[in-house]
Design a protein around this ligand. Structure first.
Ligand code: SF4
Length: 169
């Protein structure tokens, strides 16, 4: 793990990496999406209004994480999502947080929350997960090094994407 190099990558970029490389590039270049986009508003609302008693936001290095209590009272890293449609991406984002914390000597488990679906999922970081995170970090770095956004490609995520106007109008 090359811990020194991590600050340019963050959990949001890791999340976008599995959704769309252009989103990674846009976010990293401060091209912010439409803050009034319905999906962004809903996501923000859910984050600001669910599990308030259980979680506690903390900043560790360049990441902001929610600490939550697990079913047996143990501390877990929580990540709240509005839907499980991109569950793989949510898992990878959480594994990235666990990876960063591992670099600080903290071996924790994670928990994904999908409050609208009343679903939860425990997430662990094993050897395969470490490799997966390292591949994603390398992939994000490659995208960040591009002078222009990656080529436009129609994806299943385009319709609800807050960048759709940038890409398709
Ligand atoms: S509209 Fe589609 S191609 Fe453009 S950033 Fe969003 S998901 Fe990517």
């Amino acid at each position: 793990m090359n811990f020194e190099e991590l600050p340019t990558v963050n959990g949001t970029l890791i999340w976008y990496y599995t959704i769309c490389p252009r989103q990674v590039w846009f976010m990293a270049h401060q091209l912010t999406p439409d803050e009034h986009d319905d999906n962004i508003v809903l996501g923000r609302f859910i984050h600001e209004n669910t599990y308030l008693r259980e979680r506690h936001e903390v900043q560790v290095g360049n990441i902001k994480i929610d600490l939550v209590r697990g079913p047996h009272g143990e501390a877990l890293i929580g990540e709240i999502k509005k839907s499980s449609r991109a569950q793989e991406s949510a898992r990878l984002q959480l594994k990235y947080y666990l990876y960063v914390l591992k670099g600080y000597g903290l071996e924790l488990k994670g928990m994904l929350f999908f409050p609208l679906e009343k679903k939860k999922e425990e997430v662990y970081l094993d050897e395969a997960g470490i490799k997966e995170v390292e591949r994603a970090v390398a992939g994000v770095r490659e995208i960040l090094s591009l002078p222009l956004p990656p080529p436009l490609k129609k994806l299943k995520w385009c319709r609800p994407c807050a960048y759709a106007e940038y890409c398709w109008s």
